[in-house]
Design a protein around this ligand. Structure first.
Ligand code: DCP
Ligand code: MG
Length: 363
């Protein structure tokens, strides 16, 4: 078998809680156990944050509109999210991780990477740690997690997804290339719906197909991500588990009370968003130079447009005109708008001028 240069002596675990918010609700309310439930609001504008496995059997999925979810599963029970509780549970899970390693990189409330190469308990096999963590999450928190174990982040994450729910999957270095060969292209990190479609049209359906392309070929087709796909196809991912993830952006969004085409109404909503964004920027003390407007249309298609400026965007008097300028170039006639989002990114470096400065990005 071909040899590709990569570090294979790290031990990485990826933990992903099963149906996280829904499982917490079923844990805390026995009446909901075994039933199809969705976390979210049942009103006309609501969306499903997550669904219990019982609801998933009906096709109910995260980010689906509540109306559609109810059409698929009329007996679906909606539960309002309790973010404080999920955050507290997430903190308890982290406490368990800390018994094994300090090298923890959370990806969200219910997901994290752990580097257990040198772990606090001196346990030789990473799979033994994964089993122990799963058992402790079950016993101490009455919740179920899936775990993936491998020598890098890409493979550990793929592994945790592989036998969900209550999964445990180890991808040993000697199995990695065969595993990747059979892996559907949609399961590769960084391959979204659009890229998957493009790959399919090129005859790339799995890792084996992807591996037939040269590095240059993939870069020509997919830009910088081509390099990443080239390396993933060969089981290479040298990214470290990063403990302190530097905050990359601060943002907020709102689903409008109704789909809107009218400019003046959009601007009223935009203004509300700017106020909320200013508040969040103040709280987090985040400073960034790029403003991004996200627009979701009535049919759920989504676009984002950004602009970068020289001085940090922290106050509404700086953000609002920029936000309006971006909005003015966005079409709302062909289709009304369902959701607006605003975020500031591209953190201002305290010592240098803002990195990657571009006065305006192409629209
Ligand atoms: N979440 C959300 N909106 C989304 C996706 C997720 O609010 N579009 C929230 C609810 C989930 C949690 O984040 O419970 C974790 O997301 P996952 O994608 O890991 O989904 P689950 O943990 O719910 O399910 P799975 O068993 O597939 O991991
Ligand atoms: Mg999960």
């Amino acid at each position: 078998m071909a040899f590709f240069h990569t570090t294979m002596d790290r031990k990485i675990i990826h933990i992903d809680m099963d149906a996280f918010y829904a499982s917490v609700e079923q844990r805390d309310n026995p009446e909901l156990r075994g039933k199809p439930i969705a976390i979210g609001h049942a009103d006309a504008r609501g969306v499903v944050a997550t669904a219990s496995y019982e609801a998933r059997k009906f096709g109910v999925r995260s980010a689906m509109s509540s109306v559609k979810a109810l059409r698929l599963c009329p007996q679906l029970t909606f539960i309002h999210p309790r973010m404080d509780v999920y955050k507290a549970v997430s903190e308890s899970i982290r406490e368990i991780f800390l018994d094994y390693t300090d090298l923890i990189e959370p990806l969200s409330l219910d997901e994290a990477f752990l580097d257990v190469t040198d772990n606090k308990k001196g346990i030789e096999l990473a799979v033994d740690i994964a089993v122990e963590i799963k058992r402790r999450i079950r016993e101490e928190l009455q919740l179920v997690a899936s775990a993936g174990v491998s020598y890098n982040k890409f493979l550990a994450k793929v592994a945790s997804d592989y036998r969900k729910p209550d999964g445990l999957c180890v991808i040993h270095p000697s199995q990695a290339l065969d595993f990747i060969a059979a892996l559907p292209i949609e399961s590769f990190w960084g391959v979204g719906r659009v890229t998957a479609r493009k790959m399919h049209s090129l005859g790339i359906h799995n890792g084996a197909n992807l591996r037939e392309y040269s590095r240059n070929g993939l870069v020509l087709l997919f830009g910088k991500m081509g390099n990443v796909y080239y390396e993933f196809a060969r089981g290479i991912d040298e990214r470290p588990v990063e403990v302190e993830r530097e905050r990359k952006s601060v943002g907020c969004e709102r689903t409008l009370d109704q789909d809107i085409s009218q400019r003046s109404l959009l601007i009223v909503n935009l203004y509300q968003l700017v106020l909320e964004l200013e508040e969040r920027l103040k709280k987090s003390k985040f400073k960034g130079n790029t403003l991004t407007l996200k627009v979701k249309y009535a049919d759920f298609t989504q676009i984002t447009r950004s602009r970068t400026v020289y001085s940090p965007l922290t106050r509404k008097q700086d953000i609002l005109p920029l936000a309006k300028a971006i909005l003015s170039e966005i079409d709302s006639n062909t289709q009304p708008i369902r959701l607006l989002g605003l975020s500031v990114s591209n953190p201002t470096d305290g010592t240098h001028r803002p990195s990657a400065i571009q006065l305006t990005l192409p629209f």
